[in-house]
Ligand binder design. Structure first.
Ligand SMILES: [Zn+2]
Length: 369
């Protein structure tokens, strides 16, 4: 649909205010949250992925809290302050946002997959945790000032898929550190769960669910298991491991958790580091797991570009552009009726996800002005 046609339609359907509302939502200054608002904060600190979601009833949800220790040739410079660990900065930011609801804890923290830029790399300089045999970095750092009520990841409790020593070596320090944290949670009786693909109730509103029954989180994919779109049914897209050589096993990125958060007619898709292909035209189609997850999601108003917006060297159209194409179509035909906002813009948009996310928002603004 071209711009003129959309504007005609928008004007006819009385959509102008919601379109303007979206443009204002991308402003660097965000007024405090109020009940009924869905705030999605892609946190841009240059060293990994983290998104804080503040639900309309005050339920709090963090997706990833990564920290890379790479040089600036590989990762961006640390923001907003090179002397403040991202794992310290994330909770102070989240606590500030939660204030209007009087919240001081995270109802959920979800780790999309076991990689340092999603849960926290570790070095000898990181402080030891007083609670267990692990150091404070990334997610572990967040948990200290903002207790995590429920942790969800793709591999709990034994992390044995696709193999115990694969795709990360059991000696990888970041993995051992995370497992130390998970063990400590277990010994302290803190809730930890493996993702239930297909479920729309594993992650749900916990503060005032009766007031907002139009918000849901659907678990779309993890470990190659993908929601079919019917009930909570799933199917396995990865081949049986016994039919694969070990070097051909699905890798850690491919096992990422994907989910869709819906609030009324607004849908948000995010899928960790799901790749869209291998770059080999002859590659088996099951390796295009991002496409399977995007198909399960259907259309979405916002789709975070997976895997840091790296272009998998595939000649095929990525599932993300598939999702975004549907997005423009859907936006032109069905109005967004729920208040939702995109935050995090005031913090330098140095991680690529945020840049893409915001560029997308800006291009929509341009289109609608
Ligand atoms: Zn990553």
């Amino acid at each position: 649909m071209n711009r003129r046609r959309f504007l005609q339609l928008a004007s006819a359907m009385g959509l102008y205010s919601s379109v303007r509302g979206f443009a204002q939502a991308a402003s660097p200054t965000l007024e405090p949250w109020q009940p009924g608002m869905l705030d999605i904060h892609p946190l841009a600190y240059g060293r990994g992925n983290s998104t804080f979601i503040f639900c309309p009833d005050g339920t709090t949800f963090l997706i990833d809290a990564g920290v890379t220790k790479d040089s600036t040739k590989v990762s961006c410079a640390q923001k907003p302050d090179p002397h403040v660990r991202p794992g310290e900065w994330i909770p102070s930011y989240a606590l500030r946002q939660m204030k209007p609801a009087g919240r001081k804890e995270l109802d959920y923290a979800l780790i999309t997959h076991i990689h340092p830029d999603h849960l926290g790399d570790v070095s000898v300089g990181d402080p030891s945790s007083p609670k267990g045999d692990y150091r404070l970095t990334g997610l572990m750092d967040v948990d200290a000032p903002v207790p995590i009520r429920k942790l969800i990841d793709r591999g709990f409790p034994d992390y044995s898929y696709p193999a115990l020593d694969s795709p990360f070596s059991t000696s990888a320090p970041f993995a051992l550190n995370y497992f130390g944290y998970v063990k400590s949670r277990q010994s302290l009786g803190e809730s930890t769960e493996r993702i239930k693909v297909g479920s729309s109730t594993q992650i749900r509103l916990l503060q005032h669910p009766d007031r907002y029954n139009n918000l849901s989180v659907r678990n779309l994919a993890a470990n190659g298991e993908v929601w079919t779109g019917v009930g909570e049914q799933t199917h396995n897209t990865f081949p049986d491991l016994k039919d694969l050589r070990k070097q051909d096993y699905p890798n850690e990125n491919m096992c990422s958790i994907a989910l869709r958060l819906s609030y009324g007619k607004f849908d948000y898709f995010t899928g960790g580091d799901l790749p869209s292909g291998t770059g080999e035209e002859s590659a088996e189609s099951w390796r295009d797991i991002e496409l399977a997850a995007a198909k399960a999601a259907g259309s979405a108003e916002v789709a975070v570009v997976d895997h840091h917006a790296y272009l998998e060297p595939s000649g095929r159209i990525s599932s993300v552009s598939f999702a975004l194409r549907l997005l423009s179509f859907r936006l032109g035909t069905s109005p967004i009726r729920q208040p939702y906002r995109c935050a995090g813009c005031s913090v330098a948009s140095s991680i690529r996800e945020t840049a893409i996310f915001l560029r997308h928002a800006r291009s929509r603004r341009t289109e609608f002005q």
